[in-house]
Ligand binder design. Structure first.
Ligand SMILES: [Zn+2]
Ligand SMILES: [Zn+2]
Length: 143
């Protein structure tokens, strides 16, 4: 097992799979979650601001970035917009804010078009029905 210096308490420890020593691990995890939460709540914070809001050391955030656990501007690694490649607002949606707005607009337009088409069809049907009725009435009147 390689020996390593814990970046938190500066003690020498046997590095297994955590970057910090065992006693520091729970604190590390807790602070990591805090940082992640803040990044999700307030996206686009600069690292010093993020450190202040999450109440952690800037060095810790820089370390998280170096380890690939967080990325500036996006809460999760690899969550980019499927349309333009900008950092996505959530991993599930995979869309950035502007694309999401655009998509919502497109959806709304599509829905109103469908509604319009349905309305048109209804009008055409009732119109032809009306013609038949009036023609029939005319025939009755002529004969
Ligand atoms: Zn430690
Ligand atoms: Zn986008």
């Amino acid at each position: 097992m390689p020996l390593s210096t814990c970046p938190r308490c500066k003690k020498i420890f046997s590095k297994v799979d955590t970057p910090v020593c065992a006693p520091c691990s729970p604190i590390e995890q807790e602070e990591y979650e805090k940082v992640r939460d803040v990044m999700q709540e307030i996206p686009g914070l600069k690292f010093p601001e993020l450190a202040e809001v999450a109440d952690v050391e800037v060095e810790f955030i820089l370390r998280l970035v170096k380890e690939g656990r967080i990325q500036e501007g996006s809460p999760d690694k690899g969550s980019v917009c499927g349309r333009c490649g900008a950092s996505a607002i959530s991993r599930i949606k995979r869309l950035c804010e502007s694309c999401l707005n655009q998509l919502n607009k497109e959806l709304a337009a599509e829905q109103s078009q469908t509604r319009l088409a349905a309305k048109k069809e209804f009008v055409t049907k009732s119109e032809s029905k009306g013609k038949k009725v009036s023609r029939g009435m005319n025939l009755t009147r002529e004969s």
